[in-house]
Design a protein around this ligand. Structure first.
Ligand code: GDP
Ligand code: MG
Length: 173
C-alpha cells in the first residue's frame, strides 16, 4: 500500500533566481546543487522528522514564476503553508514578495505564510537589510528567517520546521 497521508503541503513563491529550487533541494537532500532545471513546476513528496514526529510533506517548487493572480491563487489554495522567498542581494525580489501579498490575502485564514530572505552568505552584495525583512514579517504577523541555501542545512530546515508547526496549529484551530 503506497498511499500515505500528507501532513503538510508547502509551496515556495517569489521572483526568479532567489533560490527557491535551491531551498527546496537543500531541505529535501541536505545538499546544495548549484543549478536546477527551472522550466517547470516540481513537486517533492518526502518524509521528514520534525519535533520527533515522522511527517509526510509535499513541497511545490514553481518553475518560471508567474506572479499573476490566478497562478498565485491556485498555489495558495493548494498549500497549507507558503514560503515567500526573496534574495537579500536583490531589492526587486523583495518588492515582488510585497506585490504578491494582495493575491494571497483571500486565503489568509487557511494558509500560513513565512518570509524568507535567502542568500545570506552574500553579505557584501546585500541590498535588503535584515530589519526590513523583519518588519515586513511583523506587519504580516508571520515568522521571518534569513538563510543561505548554499551555506547550510540548519537554517533552511528551521524555517520549514517553524512553518510546519504553525500549519499544524492552524489546522487544530
Ligand atoms: P529559483 O529561480 O528561485 O528557483 O532560484 P535557483 O534555486 O535556481 O537559484 C538561482 C541561482 O542562485 C543559482 O545559480 C543558485 O546556485 C544560486 N543560489 C541559490 N541559493 C543561493 C544561496 O543561498 N547563496 C548563493 N550564493 N547562491 C544561491
Ligand atoms: Mg527554480
Amino acid at each position: 500500500d503506497s498511499y500515505k497521508q500528507t501532513d503538510a503541503k508547502f509551496a515556495l513563491l517569489g521572483a526568479r533566481n532567489v533560490g527557491k529550487s535551491a531551498i527546496a533541494v537543500r531541505f529535501l537532500t541536505k545538499r546544495f546543487i548549484g543549478e536546477y532545471d527551472s522550466t517547470q513546476d516540481s513537486t517533492y513528496q518526502f518524509n521528514s522528522t520534525i519535533d520527533d514526529d515522522q511527517v509526510n510533506l509535499e513541497v511545490l517548487d514553481p518553475g518560471p514564476e508567474s506572479v499573476s493572480e490566478p497562478s498565485i491563487g491556485s498555489r495558495a489554495l493548494w498549500a497549507d503553508g507558503l514560503l515567500l522567498v526573496y534574495s537579500i542581494t536583490d531589492r526587486k525580489s523583495f518588492k515582488v514578495v510585497q506585490d504578491l501579498l494582495q493575491f494571497i490575502d483571500p486565503f489568509k485564514q487557511k494558509t500560513v505564510i513565512i518570509v524568507i530572505g535567502n542568500k545570506s552568505d552574500l553579505e557584501h552584495e546585500r541590498q535588503v537589510s535584515e530589519g526590513e525583512g523583519a518588519s515586513l514579517a511583523e506587519k504580516l504577523k508571520c515568522s521571518f528567517f534569513e538563510c543561505s541555501a548554499s551555506e547550510g542545512y540548519q537554517k533552511v530546515a528551521e524555517a520549514f520546521h517553524e512553518l510546519y508547526r504553525e500549519v499544524i496549529k492552524r489546522k487544530k484551530e
